[in-house]
Design a protein around this ligand. Structure first.
Ligand code: PMP
Length: 359
């Protein structure tokens, strides 16, 4: 079976060797006679597997003991509420950089818990860009500064880290594990799994332990990072199969050379696609090169009237899920870790052929 190339923004393509391994282990995990899915979360096998996944993640990202790593569920959106609930006990405004649709969803949830201050916004005129920090409002006594390092829908990415005295919180859903990062530059990092990590629903939270103790009394126990950490991510029944699968992804990443190797591949894939877009008058990308996403590349055709034909022909050519987000239209190619360079080259070849036939 040849699998088509899946450019979906999430749930997204997973590495084929990971899926093959999960498939081989499905009925009989490690000669246990059971699927991993069927095992008690209190069993040694499951506890060891969760611990091994955490250890691999720590090695990949270079996470030291100042940080807790927890596996939670409810999708990244649940963390939009968990962030203020865990960090607002001392009061202060909630600072957000608004660089796209996911930032705004996080802000909307923040408003339920405090006074939200939008300290920076991406430009709306084209090409869209993130203003330099010299143009940001100061964060002052904010309870935290929340940023979305990669805006999955808008295709806008920070290629730098803001400086602030407030705890820096980053929704890294669509960029975590795409390259090395300096975890120490952040105080809280969270990411929904369905892009570079594993199955949808699972969320990774990496939190500086010194922030424990700042949760609002009303914070539900199951959203309380400290309580979850103290229970080894097993405050209630965790999504064991999703954590197992994420562990396989981490093993795959280590075998492939780790995040430095991913960065090299991902940069090359993004360069290939942006060069094709910039080299044509038929295709366009709305983002300034200083803020272009490596992971999610939105692009438009010379006329939206051609969108339907483009998508139909792309699908027939084995290039799936290129439709842009319903709120913005156009196209979007997501180039997560599991997408090989060959997929991007096949896409570029298709785009050039489509342009020749339709320009
Ligand atoms: N943040 C970002 C940056 C995202 O891309 C997404 C999902 N695409 C979310 C949050 C929401 O994730 P979930 O659907 O898992 O709640």
């Amino acid at each position: 079976m040849t699998r088509p190339y899946n450019f979906c923004a999430g749930p997204a393509a997973l590495p084929e060797p990971v899926l093959a391994r999960a498939s081989a282990e499905m009925l009989d995990w490690h000669a246990s006679g059971m699927s991993f899915m069927e095992m008690s979360h209190r069993s040694k096998e499951v506890v060891d597997t969760v611990e091994a996944a955490e250890a691999a993640l720590r090695r990949l990202l270079g996470i030291d003991d100042d940080f807790a790593v927890i596996f939670v569920q409810g999708g990244a959106s649940t963390q939009f509420a968990a962030v203020p609930l865990n960090l607002c006990a001392a009061g202060g405004p909630l600072a957000y950089a608004n660089t796209g649709q996911w930032s705004r969803k996080a802000m909307a949830e923040g408003r339920r818990y405090g006074e939200v201050r939008e300290v920076a916004s991406a430009t709306t005129e084209l090409p869209r860009a993130i203003p330099p920090q010299t143009e940001w409002e100061a964060t002052g006594d904010a309870a935290y500064l929340h940023i979305t390092p990669n805006e999955t829908i808008d295709g806008i990415e920070f290629h730098w880290t803001p400086e602030t005295d407030a705890p820096l919180v980053a929704d890294m859903s669509s960029t975590l594990l795409s390259r090395p990062i300096a975890v120490d530059d952040y105080d809280v990092i969270y990411a929904g799994a369905q892009k570079n990590i594993g199955p949808a629903g699972l969320v990774l939270v990496i939190v500086r332990r010194s922030l424990f103790g700042r949760a609002l009394p009303s914070c539900p126990t199951l959203l309380n990072w400290q309580a979850i950490e103290e229970a080894g991510s097993m405050l209630n029944t965790p999504p064991t199969y999703s954590i197992y699968l994420a562990g396989l992804v981490f093993e795959w990443l280590e075998a492939e050379g780790g995040l430095a190797a991913m960065a090299e591949r991902n940069r090359r894939k993004a360069d290939t696609l942006y060069a094709a877009i910039d080299g044509s008058d038929f295709y366009g990308n709305p983002v300034d090169p200083s803020a272009r996403s490596w992971m999610n590349v939105p692009f438009t055709l010379a006329s939206p009237d051609l969108d339907g034909a483009f998508l139909e022909e792309a699908e027939a050519a084995g290039l799936l899920n290129l439709k842009g987000h319903r709120s913005v239209g156009g196209m979007r190619a997501s180039l997560y870790n599991a997408i090989p360079q060959a997929a991007v080259e096949a896409l570029v070849e298709f785009m050039q052929d489509f342009e020749r036939r339709h320009a």
